[in-house]
Ligand binder design. Structure first.
Ligand SMILES: Cc1cc2nc3c(=O)[nH]c(=O)nc-3n(C[C@H](O)[C@H](O)[C@H](O)COP(=O)(O)OP(=O)(O)OC[C@H]3O[C@@H](n4cnc5c(N)ncnc54)[C@H](O)[C@@H]3O)c2cc1C
Length: 482
């Protein structure tokens, strides 16, 4: 196995820029491996990055990371190891579709049936789900043939023929293999999570995310098992507990403003309260979107040739208190036709956090007999998602959200509690760049310039993406002995 250069001694001073999931996980792994001088610089007031949980009415509301998938074994192990709350089953979403009478909610299995019939009107009644399952089985087989078995999200570098066979959008890939029906599944499993439209995203990214285990784990189940999980105390709590319990050296409110490469290592310039400080380090680990890091460190030609090619999306998460309006039996819903329309700022989905955590479903939910928070009041507090492709205007986004709540949910907005606009979401590369093997070229550059580049912009925008990447990298590193 090719070895990646890393810190030379357990006493080396290592700077990690960014206290999000990738930075905290890496600091934890390095500490466990025996490194004694690891410092994490976090620009904001807390760790967690895009895992951001905000308490309102006694309930944790997820503005960022919200779900765990069947592939999240290591994340769940970390939650248990740090006693960071309960891992709870997430109620499945309803899929709201447009009809002449307005938007109506469908169960996911009904929606898949409808989509199957649109594609194959000749299907015998009642066989829609079989058709769907056959496509999943075929996809699982294809995935295995193309990439084999591997750990984490980044598969081993595919050979030229495989890269050529995936040099297309995911929709073209599905069509080529006569499994187009899976585009229906892509909406709740990927597009809604901010991973692009099926007719735009590289087949390679789609297949990194939709592993066989994930796909087989999320299909509608007859035994009632629900494989999408939420955390009773929120995802940010995990990173906070990892920092606290492992006594990780994290400097909060310490944005890194500049990094100078020197002959022996790096000088990190950061702000600490009102003061600018300098510190010398032997080794550097960068976690934020690497394209944006060029303001801080002068990248060389090779680094720039990769990092400047990435581009990203926006996600707007808004916590709103409303009256109880028109409700289906699911405390979470996705607006399929808004998503497919690609019109910026339309509402893509919502999640009523309290009902989801308390598993209030069916008529218990639709009839509105339960309160919407621990204060006992019948007010709904939901997170709404809008996922524009261009930089949003907050006022416009709020106005569209308000209209949606009034017209579709038939509810009254009581208060917009908080809105976060996430930029640099899902930093990624174009289809031809992916097919040229850019992610593996970056992996081959790891350590070459005394830097490890980690985080979502070199892996995938998810916890398994960034944690799996750290593990893969560390597997290729020789840990020095004392
Ligand atoms: C709305 C939303 C929903 C999501 N849902 C899910 C989900 O359900 N499941 C899932 O697995 N993932 C989900 N994700 C994605 C997941 O949260 C991210 O993939 C993950 O947080 C990436 O971790 P990271 O460490 O690479 O980057 P980040 O989380 O972005 O962390 C980077 C950190 O670096 C800090 N930083 C940046 N610049 C500097 C600087 N100059 N100096 C110091 N610090 C700096 C930032 O403040 C930040 O804390 C979601 C994200 C969002 C926004």
């Amino acid at each position: 196995m090719k070895r990646i250069p890393g810190p030379k001694s357990l006493k080396d001073k290592i700077a990690i820029v960014g206290g999000g999931p990738s930075g905290i996980h890496m600091a934890y792994k390095l500490k466990n491996a025996g490194f004694e001088n690891v410092v994490v610089f976090e620009g904001s007031e807390d760790v967690g990055g895009k895992s951001r949980t905000i308490y309102h009415r006694g309930v944790p509301h997820e503005f960022g990371t919200c779900y765990g998938q069947p592939d999240y074994t290591e994340i769940y192990d970390l939650v248990r190891e740090h006693d960071a709350g309960d891992i709870l089953p997430m109620p499945g979403p309803d899929m709201w579709v447009d009809t002449p009478g307005g938007k109506v909610p469908l169960k996911t299995s009904q929606y898949y049936g409808l989509e199957a019939r649109k594609l194959r009107p000749d299907l015998a009644n009642g066989t829609e789900l079989q058709f769907f399952m056959a496509a999943i089985q075929k996809y699982v087989r294809l995935h295995g043939e193309l990439f084999g078995q591997y750990e984490g999200m980044l598969m081993p570098r595919p050979d030229r023929t495989v890269l050529a066979a995936t040099n297309m959008t995911f929709l073209d890939f599905l069509r080529k293999h006569d499994i187009e029906i899976l585009k229906a599944l892509f909406i709740p499993a990927a597009t809604m999570q901010g991973y692009g439209h099926v007719d735009e995203i590289s087949a390679l990214y789609a297949m990194m995310w939709l592993t066989p285990k994930f796909l087989l784990g999320i299909i509608p189940r007859t035994d009632g098992t629900r494989n999408i999980k939420i955390l009773s105390k929120g995802f940010q709590f995990l990173w906070q507990e990892m920092k606290r319990q492992n006594n990780l050296n994290v400097k909060l409110n310490s944005p890194v403003l500049g990094i100078i490469r020197t002959r022996k290592g790096f000088r990190v310039i950061y702000r600490d309260c009102k003061f600018f400080r300098f510190e010398k380090f032997d080794f550097l680990i960068l976690t934020p979107t690497l394209r944006t890091m060029s303001n801080i460190i002068q990248f060389n030609r090779e680094e720039n040739s990769y990092f400047q090619r990435s581009f990203d999306y926006y996600i707007i998460s808004t916590l709103v208190d409303t009256t109880y309006g028109r409700r289906s039996g699911a405390p979470t819903g996705y607006y399929v036709d808004n998503i497919n329309s690609k019109i910026d700022n339309l509402v893509w989905g919502f999640r009523d956090s309290y009902a989801s955590l308390r598993d209030i479903l069916g008529t218990n939910y639709s009839s509105g007999i339960y309160p919407g928070g621990t204060d006992g009041r019948k007010i709904e507090s939901s997170i709404y998602y809008q996922e524009p492709q261009s930089r949003p205007n907050r006022a416009t986004a709020k106005r569209i959200l308000r209209n949606h709540i009034e017209n579709v949910n038939q509810a009254k907005v009581l208060k917009v509690q908080k809105q976060i606009v996430w930029d640099n979401y899902f930093p990624r590369f174009s289809i031809p760049d992916m097919a040229s093997g850019i992610l593996w070229d970056i992996f081959d550059m790891q350590g070459k310039y005394g830097i490890w580049y980690i985080g979502s912009s070199v892996s995938f925008e998810s916890l398994t993406g960034v944690v799996g990447y750290n593990n893969l990298l560390l597997k290729h590193v020789d840990i020095p002995t004392k």
